[in-house]
Design a protein. Structure first.
Length: 113
């Protein structure tokens, strides 16, 4: 008696552990914070342009300098994350972003225009 492979019972898919979902949520929130930061820069471009009497070329330099700083910090911050651990680095980064976002200086920056 032979059995076909298609008749063999299918194994149940492996259950996803709860820690995998927490990791997914943490990465999704981190990605959302990065997108939010880019959106804030895009919204602030109009105020920056009017405050400094800058044209499109000046605003392009603002965006380029922002991206250069972000790209330049990726390797050294990745090295630090490798040394102290990814979880601790993520928590420090989120806490730093929250502190910088809630500081009085960042809230008063919108009054430039």
């Amino acid at each position: 008696m032979s059995t076909n492979a298609s008749e063999a019972p299918q194994a149940a898919p492996p259950k996803v552990p709860g820690s995998a979902w927490l990791t997914l949520i943490a990465v999704a929130l981190g990605t959302m914070v990065v997108q939010l930061d880019g959106t804030v820069l895009a919204v602030a471009n109009a105020s920056i342009a009017s405050y400094f009497n800058a044209g499109l070329d000046g605003i392009a330099w603002v965006n380029t300098s922002y991206l250069l700083v972000m790209a330049g910090l990726m390797v050294p911050l990745g090295t630090i994350a490798d040394r102290i651990g990814a979880k601790k680095a993520l928590l420090i980064g989120v806490a730093g972003f929250a502190l910088a976002s809630s500081s009085p200086d960042s809230r008063s920056a919108s009054s430039c225009s």
